[in-house]
Design a protein around this ligand. Structure first.
Ligand code: AGP
Length: 363
């Protein structure tokens, strides 16, 4: 097992550091536009012409990636929603042959996600699986598949697969919007070069990350909050899930604007607030962070250098400047590192947290 970890103490840290490579694998040959239209040659031209709405189904970290993909698709003008697969049997919106149901699952074996996929197909929806595992049950069960090519992920905490899911769902969303609307989404020209640079953007971040010192600084806290807006919201949820999963400390993720609708009651000097800025209404998120700061909470801004939040926040986790469609997934890498170092300081069994399995094959 030690051999598999190479120079790292844990698979999780190895997998975080593999992200430049796994992202390069994910996008290889998939980005170049053909005649100004998105290639994503996994799918024939016009594959999604008849789609009128999209439902994503997934659990855990994959659900957060699905929410990321769904918000991006809505922003590209296609009606879309992300649903917890384990709630699908009791709350699925109606489907028909023009509904595309996309199962997002790293392992392709999550029982809840397989059930939702099966139900959607039985009710007449088209199905597509986005997975890391070729030959998995979910890959075989859907009409179409898109492989994220992240390579094996051993740590129970999903890291590199989240980033690859988010990148591939961003690209897939643009392709669906292109097919549905008959023309490429408006921001495609600026997005594609940034997508292509993702491996080097993450590489850069890994070089200078100060996540270890932030983790140490706040290691005695009582609870950890993560806030974000738009594409920062799924990242806030994911930041909190990762943190609780491997540190066993209490952490919650909120939409920035929700803080004042209840969670603010929990805020004290012992509850650091990690505020994620993705370039979508950042001034509102900054105001929300300041509301927590006024109540004594230390604020850690996750944003590029020179961002207005840097002046206000107590600490700063810096991220390279990128397209607002991608800033959230870049910010998430800093949060993965914070969770890792916090768990390491606490001496937790990082790769195999108590009570959890890599793949949950029961409903
Ligand atoms: C992530 O860190 C978790 N271990 C967990 O939430 C996981 O993402 C979830 O069980 C879904 O797994 P899947 O992607 O294999 O379907």
């Amino acid at each position: 097992e030690q051999a598999g970890k190479g120079e790292y103490d844990h698979f999780m840290l190895k997998e975080i550091n593999e992200q430049p490579t796994s992202l390069a694998q994910a996008i290889e040959g998939r980005i170049d536009p053909v005649n100004g239209r998105i290639a994503l040659s996994d799918f024939e031209p016009g594959t999604f012409d008849d789609v009128d709405s999209v439902q994503f189904v997934a659990c855990g970290t994959s659900y957060h990636a699905a929410l990321y993909g769904s918000l991006a698709l809505n922003q590209a003008g296609v009606h879309s929603t992300a649903l917890l697969a384990n709630e699908y049997s009791v709350s699925a919106p109606p489907v028909d042959e023009n509904t595309l149901v996309i199962a997002v699952t790293q392992s392709g074996e999550t029982a809840d996600t397989l059930s939702a996929l099966k139900q959607a197909a039985a009710e007449g929806a088209r199905t597509l699986t986005v997975t890391n595992v070729v030959g998995s049950t979910a890959a075989r069960a859907a009409d179409d598949t898109l492989f994220i090519r992240a390579g094996p992920e051993i740590g129970v905490a999903a890291t590199k697969t989240f980033s690859s899911q988010a990148v591939m769902l961003t690209l897939l969303g643009q392709r669906i919007a292109d097919d549905v609307q008959g023309e490429p989404p408006a921001d495609l020209e600026t997005l594609l070069p940034e997508l292509e640079s993702m491996p080097s953007t993450i590489d850069q971040l890994l070089e200078y990350s100060n996540a270890a010192s932030i983790a140490e600084q706040y290691s005695e806290s009582r609870s950890y909050f993560f806030i974000g807006r738009g594409l920062g919201f799924p990242v806030a949820l994911e930041g909190a899930l990762k943190f609780k999963e491997i540190t066993y400390e209490h952490a919650e993720g909120f939409a920035s604007g929700e803080l004042k609708h209840g969670p603010l009651a929990l805020v004290t000097p012992e509850t650091p607030v990690f505020a994620i800025f993705t370039g979508q209404e950042d001034e509102k998120t900054l105001k929300n962070a300041e509301e927590a700061q006024t109540r004594g909470a230390p604020v850690v801004a996750v944003c590029p250098d020179g961002h207005p939040a840097v002046e206000v926040a107590d600490e700063h986790l810096t991220i390279p400047d990128t397209d607002s469609d991608l800033a959230g997934l870049v910010a998430n890498v800093q949060l993965q590192l914070v969770s890792y170092y916090a768990a390491d300081l606490l001496g937790r069994p990082i790769d195999k947290p108590r009570n959890l399995a890599k793949s949950v094959t029961v409903e």
